[in-house]
Design a protein around this ligand. Structure first.
Ligand code: HEC
Ligand code: HEC
Length: 327
C-alpha cells in the first residue's frame, strides 16, 4: 500500500517543478552550452583549452605587484612562508630542493590553468583571461623563461618549453599491493561521532571505556585555541560565545589568509591595539563592513572576504570570533 503510493507522489513533484525533461528516468535537464563552459576551464599540457586573449610581460608586472606580490614577493621570492614562485634552478637533487614554477613545473600551460582557477588565493577566479595571460607571462619572465618583450596568447603560450619538462615521464612499473602494516589500531566500532561543528573537534568524541585517550578538545572553550587548528599564533585564549565558536571555522576558511598575518593592511586577529578603535565603531558597522566590503585607511576589505558563497550569518559569526579574540 505504502509502496504503491510512492511513485505517483514523486511523479507529481517532478511535474510541478517542471524539471522532468531528459534521460531514461525522466529527471534532470540538458546542460546548456553556457553551463558546460562554466565547468570546462581546464588547460592541457599541449595548450588545448587556452582561451582567446593576450597579455604582455609589461602589463603583467603592474598586475602581479597589485594582486600577487603581497604573498609571493615582488620577485617571486615569497613573503614570509607563502609559496616561492621563482628561482630554485639546480636544487631539485640537493638536500633542500626548492620547487618553483621555474625549477619544477613541467608545463607552462599548468601555470595559466592554476592562476585562472585558484589565484589570487583570497579571491580565486576573479581574473579575466587577459589578466591571466599577462600575469602568467610575468611569472615566466621572473623565472627567466621568457624575455621582457614576450606577449602571451594561446599560440605563444603553448610553445613555451619549461626547463624541467624532461624529468617528468610515465612510470610504467607494475602496481604492487602492499601488506597492511598498521598494528594495534583502535577498534573502529568504539568511535562515535556525536556532532560536527565546523572547525572544532566535537566534545564527547569517544565512547566511555573505549580505552582511547580523549586528548582533543574537551568541551572547555578556552581549550579551543590550544587545539592547534591553525590560528594559534595570534589568538589569545578566551571563552568564545556560541556564534564565535561557529565563526572560527568560517574564519579559518575565508578570513585567516589576510587577518592572521596582516596581509594587505588587514588588522591581525589577536592584536588588541589594532582592534580597539575598530571595535569602538560597534558590531553593526563591523558586520556591515565585513559583509559588504569597504575601502578603509589601511586597505581594501573585500565583501565577505571575497567568498560570496558565505551567508551573512557565517560572516557575522566570523566577525564575532575575530572581535572576541582581539580584546
Ligand atoms: C593571500 C596570499 C596570496 C595571494 C595574494 C596570491 N597567492 Fe598564489 N598562493 C598562495 C597560497 C597559500 C598558495 C598555495 C596554495 C596551495 O598549495 O593550495 C599559492 C600558490 C600559488 C602558485 C603555485 C605555487 C606552487 O609552486 O605550487 C602559483 C603559481 C600562484 N600561487 C600564483 C599566484 C598569482 C599569479 C597571484 C596573483 C594573481 C597569487 N598567486 C596571489 C597565496 C597567495
Ligand atoms: C584579501 C584580504 C582580506 C580577507 C580575505 C578578509 N579581510 Fe577583513 N579586512 C581586510 C583589510 C585590508 C581590512 C582593513 C581595511 C581598513 O580598515 O583599511 C579588513 C578589515 C576587516 C574588519 C574591520 C572593519 C572595520 O570597520 O574596522 C572586519 C570586521 C573584517 N575585516 C572581517 C573579515 C571577515 C569576517 C573576513 C572573512 C569572511 C575577512 N575580513 C576577510 C582584508 C581582508
Amino acid at each position: 500500500m505504502f509502496k504503491s503510493l510512492k511513485f505517483p507522489v514523486v511523479a507529481a513533484v517532478l511535474a510541478l517543478s517542471g524539471l522532468a525533461t531528459a534521460g531514461p528516468l525522466g529527471i534532470g535537464s540538458t546542460a546548456t552550452a553556457e553551463m558546460i563552459a562554466g565547468w570546462d576551464i581546464d588547460v592541457r599540457p599541449d595548450g588545448m583549452g587556452l582561451p582567446d586573449g593576450e597579455g604582455s610581460v609589461a602589463e603583467g608586472e603592474g598586475l602581479y605587484e597589485a594582486k600577487c606580490a603581497s604573498c609571493h614577493g615582488l620577485f617571486g621570492e615569497g613573503e614570509g612562508r607563502w609559496p616561492v614562485l621563482a628561482g630554485g634552478e639546480g636544487t631539485l637533487d640537493t638536500l633542500h630542493p626548492e620547487k618553483t614554477v621555474g625549477s619544477y613545473w613541467p608545463y607552462a600551460s599548468t601555470l595559466w590553468d592554476y592562476i585562472y582557477r585558484a589565484m589570487p588565493y583570497p579571491v580565486p577566479q576573479s581574473l579575466s583571461h587577459e589578466e591571466v595571460y599577462s600575469i602568467a607571462a610575468y611569472v615566466l619572465y621572473l623565472n627567466d623563461i621568457v624575455g621582457d618583450d614576450f606577449v602571451s596568447n594561446k599560440d605563444t603560450f603553448a610553445e613555451v618549453k619549461m626547463p624541467n619538462e624532461e624529468n617528468f615521464f610515465i612510470d610504467n612499473r607494475p602496481d604492487v599491493n602492499n601488506e597492511r602494516c598498521f598494528k594495534n589500531c583502535a577498534d573502529p566500532s568504539k568511535f562515535e561521532i556525536v556532532t560536527t561543528i565546523n572547525g572544532v573537534t566535537p566534545t564527547g568524541h569517544f565512547k566511555e571505556d573505549s580505552g582511547v585517550a580523549a586528548n582533543h578538545y574537551d568541551g572547555n572553550p578556552s581549550a579551543v585555541s590550544e587545539s592547534g587548528i591553525s590560528t594559534e599564533k595570534n589568538i589569545t585564549k578566551v571563552a568564545l560565545s556560541e556564534g564565535a565558536t561557529l565563526g572560527r571555522g568560517v574564519y579559518d576558511m575565508a578570513c585567516q589568509a589576510c587577518h592572521n598575518s596582516g596581509i594587505a593592511g588587514a588588522p591581525k586577529v589577536g592584536d588588541v591595539a589594532g582592534w580597539v578603535d575598530r571595535i569602538g565603531q560597534g558590531m553593526d558597522t563591523l558586520n556591515d563592513h565585513a559583509i559588504n566590503g569597504y575601502q578603509g585607511a589601511d586597505g581594501v576589505m573585500p565583501a565577505k572576504g571575497g567568498n560570496m558563497a558565505l551567508s551573512d550569518d557565517d560572516v557575522v559569526n566570523a566577525v564575532a570570533f575575530m572581535v572576541e579574540s582581539s580584546r
